[in-house]
Design a protein around this ligand. Structure first.
Ligand SMILES: O=C(O)CCC(=O)C(=O)O
Length: 280
């Protein structure tokens, strides 16, 4: 019932298939324009995908956990993996994806029944910095080894789609924004075709990057981002902590490493086929 009400409020934002219900939820899919944004820029922002009541339940659990205190020695790991690790697999976090329109919208890009169940989310808090001026944002691809991120040396762990959900408003740049380098999925695809996907073991490809975009938004907005888009968190020079959850979605045929998806970036995006080759 709740889902239906929510969908009715937002029906105009996404494409809704008449009278089709899935688990009590109207079937929803990304619009042509949203898929084109993913195709061209590698990402799209989807306003209001997660209802406020679910945002608040997640925030309450996170703030309660933070209030218990954090071991300073853990901070470097929390920063690169996840804060509040005990909550990562709890429904209060996983429902933000699996029990909201975010799941069906993601399936509309990757394929119905083609996404492995998401077992956990990264709780990504970006605390204010006192650095003035703040540093410029830096970008990376996920799944590369770094001392604290849990990816072992000598392996690459790519995936299909990064889904970010803002749990706090991020109205201005330099507020801990999720930051993307638009179009880099195409640039890196070309690079990996020439140098091989394993070249990522040597570090980020030495290519010229476009101007980064610091994504502003509101609590409840979701961002769908192709795995192969350079991204990072902007420094947070605002007075407020930025709260977000990141889910890393894998196509059902994607195990830890799927090099062929790095040189053929739409291989696992069945739902994008209808818009490809129709650029205008
Ligand atoms: O917190 C963010 O906005 C970005 C996080 C990120 O880049 C990552 O975890 O790979």
């Amino acid at each position: 019932m709740f889902h239906v009400d929510f969908c009715m409020r937002t029906w105009h934002t996404f494409r809704l298939r008449d009278s089709q219900l899935q688990g009590g939820m109207h079937y929803m899919e990304l619009t042509y324009a949203q898929k084109r944004e993913i195709f061209e820029n590698g990402f799209v922002k989807l306003p209001g995908v997660v209802p406020r009541v679910m945002v608040d339940v997640a925030l309450r659990a996170i703030n309660s956990s933070v209030g218990e205190g954090m071991n300073p020695d853990d901070m470097v790991t929390f920063r690169s993996r996840s804060y509040c690790p005990e909550l990562q697999r709890e429904p209060v976090i996983t429902d933000l994806l699996s029990k909201t329109p975010a799941w069906l919208l993601a399936e509309s890009a990757i394929g119905a029944g083609k996404i492995k169940p998401a077992t956990g989310g990264q709780i990504a808090l970006r605390f204010p910095t006192m650095q003035d001026p703040p540093r410029k944002p830096g970008g990376h691809l996920d799944g590369m080894h770094s001392p604290n991120n849990g990816v072992p040396k000598g392996v690459i762990r790519n995936f299909t789609m990064l889904v970010g959900v803002y749990l706090s408003d991020v109205p201005n740049p330099y507020s801990g924004n999720f930051t993307v380098w638009p179009g880099t999925h195409h640039i890196y695809e070309g690079y990996f075709r020439e140098h091989g996907p394993e070249s990522l073991l040597n570090g980020m490809p030495p290519v010229e990057l476009p101007k980064p975009q610091q994504i502003t938004g509101k609590a409840g907005d979701a961002i769908f981002c192709h795995y192969q888009v350079a991204h990072g968190a902007a420094p947070n020079a605002s007075p407020h902590t930025r709260y977000a959850i990141f889910f890393r979605l894998r196509h059902i045929e994607h195990d830890d490493f799927r090099p062929e998806a790095m040189t053929d970036i739409w291989l696992d995006w069945e739902g994008m086929r209808d818009i490809m080759g129709r650029g205008e």
